[in-house]
Design a binder for this molecule. Structure first.
Ligand code: FAD
Length: 481
């Protein structure tokens, strides 16, 4: 290996130039740089992104390719088994070093460790860095040295410890190799839907990429954050950061978010900023859970829940997925998800509770649907939150706490703005009835153009009866364990 041997930077969930330690190290080494992204579909160990995630990835790679090209080193795209693709690239280019950002998902990490051992054994320099979390989860431990199972002490420990490292600058110039290796065409990845093209609403709602992430972060911190403590529970408002897909794909780093938010602390915004950073803390917590529970998407952390008498309800599941349950706040959430690839956190909790408790359908069905339809679908956040909803996760909401979808709607969407937007057939109902149209007098329904069972479904369950059924299932489970 000579000092001019190229350095490969393997991009993964860090699709950005700024605060990217792998890229930074490669540039600093003085070697010419080969940035590569490998689409690993067909892998047995790495879960492929769902439909909405694939849409995001396409655009994110497009943006990343443009930015890298401008900085001097075009992005190389390859497809297939990562170890084989990297070995091929090394053979083609004589690369002497490889850098990437760590994954804390045990399956990916085990695969990465094999690649590291193999290439280090062949004399290559191999280095990886934490670029996706504030801290490596194994650095946040209880006094007894064990992983935290409860969020509050985890957060106390994280937030009272040393500050996360400061973000690294974006490299101004990246030295290119003399002969750029061949690259697959992005279009050949087939990440975009074609027949049918269901992504219209997602296109209208999102601009993927590092520049858009930075813009959204600043818009959020300049204004929206002021009202975050109440705004974050109002799905009808633009009251949260909407950074989740950017964080998931690594178009912005949690360290950039953390330090940008901390800089605003002086402006008298402490309580709001703290509430926001606490959510970033939840993200750290769930990634720690995935690190210690590789089967988080499939296996309940509380094993008693394997004995829960879940129902097989294909029709109910379909109605839930399509936003046709007859409960307006649930339907609005499911339609927001389908149309825009995202759902407000409060409504994720309401729709999740409805599936798992009112319909008594296994939480894994909900996890899988969200995985396919969310642009921010994330192995740690999605699984941990579904387990939280179902009462079987770490520090969960107890199963016996069943959300009442009507009261939740009235409390968090009091003027019905959210329901009106996503369930337009109810938009003309007065707010008083918009969350329970079945109670509206006939003349009110007629005036609003609503005909239950025709223009909008009757509720598919009676909530009180469904709640009793869920609690009875819980008792049955408890008797069996
Ligand atoms: P903000 O309120 O602005 O929060 C800032 C960031 O903190 C978010 O971008 C996210 O990275 C993190 N965060 C916020 N809430 C949580 C949380 N409860 N757990 C972990 N991290 C959090 N989030 C995902 O990123 N991907 C998922 O696949 C996902 N699936 C979910 C499934 C269910 C059933 C539920 C209840 C929640 C899920 N969440 C998931 C968490 C949360 O709903 C989203 O992170 C949030 O709605 C994203 O919007 P935001 O960026 O405006 O959040």
């Amino acid at each position: 290996m000579t000092s001019s041997s190229p350095a490969i930077v393997w991009f993964r969930k860090d699709l950005r130039l700024a605060d990217n330690p792998a890229l930074h190290r490669a540039v600093e080494s003085g070697a010419p740089v080969i940035p590569v992204f490998i689409l690993e579909d067909g892998s047995d160990t790495i879960r492929a992104p769902g439909g909405a995630g694939r849409w995001w990835l396409h655009h994110s790679l497009e943006r990343l390719g443009e930015a890298l090209g401008k900085a001097g080193a075009p992005l190389v795209l390859r497809r297939g088994d990562a170890a084989e693709a990297i070995a091929a690239l090394i053979d083609e280019t004589g690369a002497g070093s490889l850098y990437w950002s760590d994954s804390f998902d045990p399956a990916t990490k085990a695969r990465d460790d094999t690649i590291r051992a193999d290439l280090s054994g062949r004399g290559l320099t191999v280095e990886s860095f934490n670029a996706t979390l504030l801290f490596d989860p194994s650095a946040i431990r209880s006094k007894a040295g064990t992983p935290f199972k409860v969020f509050t002490p985890f957060w106390r420990t994280l937030s009272s410890g040393p500050e996360p490292e400061r973000p690294l600058p974006e490299p101004a110039k990246i030295k290119n190799v003399e002969k750029t290796p061949g690259s697959d065409a992005l279009s050949s990845f087939g990440l975009l839907p074609t027949r049918p093209d269901w992504a219209g609403g997602i296109r209208e709602s999102w601009v993927p990429g590092e520049a858009a992430a930075a813009e959204r972060l600043h818009d959020f911190l300049d204004e929206i954050v002021q009202d975050y403590r109440t705004g974050r529970d109002r799905p009808g408002r633009d009251g949260t950061s909407r950074l989740s897909p950017y964080l998931h794909w690594g178009e912005v780093s949690p360290r950039q978010v953390w330090h940008a938010a901390k800089m605003r602390m002086d402006a008298g915004l402490e309580p709001s900023i703290e509430a926001f950073l606490r959510e970033i803390g939840w993200r750290e917590f769930t990634h720690g859970l995935l690190q210690t529970h590789p089967d988080l998407a499939a296996e309940p952390m509380d094993q008693r829940f394997t004995k829960m008498p879940w129902r097989q309800d294909d029709e109910g599941l379909k109605a839930w997925q399509r936003g046709l349950t007859g409960f307006p706040i649930v339907d609005a959430g499911m339609r927001q998800l389908w149309q825009t690839g995202w759902m407000h956190n409060r409504v994720r909790m309401i729709t999740g509770s409805f599936l798992v408790k009112d319909l008594l359908v296994r939480w894994q069905e909900g996890e899988a649907w969200f995985w396919d339809t969310l642009v921010d679908a994330d192995a740690a956040n999605n699984s941990a939150n579904w387990q939280w909803i179902a009462g079987c996760g770490a520090d969960p909401s107890p199963f016996f706490r069943v959300f009442n979808p009507v009261l939740q709607g009235e409390k968090f969407d009091p003027d019905g703005a959210y329901v009106s937007r996503y369930v337009p057939e109810l938009a003309k109902l007065p707010p008083k009835f918009i969350h329970h149209p079945w109670d509206a007098p006939k003349n009110v329904l007629a005036k609003a153009g609503v005909e239950l069972g025709k223009t909008y479904p009757h509720p598919i369950v009676d909530h009180a009866t469904a709640r009793d059924r869920a609690l009875e299932a819980l008792r049955t489970m408890r008797r069996q364990v």
